[in-house]
Unconditional design. Structure first.
Length: 344
């Protein structure tokens, strides 16, 4: 039997065994795939042509099929067969080469990146030997049933102590009821299949993007705090400590937020005196935030405006003057809020 015929027989028998296994094991949730690959082989000089010259390199092409149990998405098993016409050093002749390999694949990045290893058998025109190989690969699904692959591997031959290297790309097709069920699975029920979902634990009810990640909108939050002072006094009243605590709590919730404390006075007294008084009032609140509530000093600025920005003008009575004796803090922040499927 010719080598191509031998290869086809092996592949046919292996596919039949896998399909039969899949049928028997359907309750265990197996999926399977077939595919083809092309690549390039760089050969160890230990490989000799019948003329005694060393084999060098050549293009490769082949086929593969594999199976993966649902119960362990990290592992796959597959069979590969590759063929190449290898260049021979210093002569125009080529040497035919076949590789038959069994691989165990381990996926360490969901269903995209993996390592693989296993035994292989090399059947050249002038020689044959068994060996083992190890490699790394990446897989990209562009539909539920189709995927592209890229791999690099090193192959060690036992008899000749040879070390060869192969790089390849491939195209895979997943089929069968079990395979379709796997690629179409959507564990977090967000409408994006597992193999395409970059955020596999999205809370139920969240609106998601094409990669299965929650969509957000920025919600503006504005909080204003006013503290009133006694006449000609820069001491923060004890009854206003809760207001200072509100400022500290808001700043703790928004650690990137810096604030400006604005000090103000009534219109009674000289402008020069009132300017200094307003600065002392703003600074008193600043020191309370630092010492009592452990807010970082660099996050707080204290400014005095004296009587230049009255809340009530003109002052017609004691209540108007009391409203002007104040500090003000206006805090602006934003909050990322998840968009839900009901639009809230």
């Amino acid at each position: 039997m010719s080598k191509p015929a031998k290869l086809l027989s092996i592949v046919a028998l292996s596919i039949s065994a896998v399909l039969n296994s899949t049928s028997v094991q359907a309750d265990e949730g197996y999926r399977y795939y077939v595919g083809g690959q092309i690549g390039h082989a760089e050969m160890d000089s230990a490989h000799q042509h019948e003329s005694g010259a060393s084999l060098q390199r050549g293009p490769m092409f082949g086929g593969q099929f594999g199976i993966q149990p649902f119960s362990n998405d990290h592992w796959e098993l597959r069979f590969r067969a590759d063929y190449s016409e290898l260049d021979v050093e210093d002569i125009s002749d080529d040497e035919s080469a076949w590789w038959y390999a069994l691989d165990a694949l381990y996926f360490f990045n969901e269903d995209y990146n993996y390592v693989f290893a296993g035994p292989h058998y090399e059947d050249f025109d002038s020689d044959e030997q068994a060996g083992a190989h190890i490699g790394v690969g990446a897989r990209y699904y562009f539909t539920d049933n189709w995927a592209l692959t890229g791999e690099v591997q090193g192959l060690y031959g036992f008899d000749e102590s040879s070390t060869d290297f192969v790089a390849s790309i491939g195209l895979l097709y997943f089929f069968g009821q079990q395979g379709a069920a796997t690629t179409a699975a959507d564990d977090d029920r967000d409408g994006v299949n597992n193999n395409l979902d970059k955020c596999p634990d999205t809370p139920l009810g969240h609106s998601v993007d094409a990669q299965g990640c929650t969509r957000f909108y920025e919600q503006a939050i504005v909080k204003q705090v006013t503290i009133l002072f006694a006449h000609d006094d820069a001491t923060v009243p004890a009854r206003s400590y809760n207001n200072v605590a509100e400022i500290a709590e808001f700043m703790a919730q928004h650690p990137q937020l810096d604030i400006v404390i604005e000090g103000h006075t009534s219109l009674v007294g000289s402008a020069t005196y009132n300017q200094k008084l307003s600065e002392r009032r703003a600074d008193a609140v600043k020191q309370l935030l630092i010492e009592r509530y452990q807010v970082a000093e660099q996050r707080i600025s204290a400014l005095g405006y004296g009587e230049t920005r009255p809340a009530v003008s003109p002052e017609q009575n004691a209540d108007d003057a009391a409203a002007n004796r104040r500090i003000m803090v206006e805090m602006n922040a934003s909050k990322r809020t998840a968009i839900t499927n009901d639009g809230q």
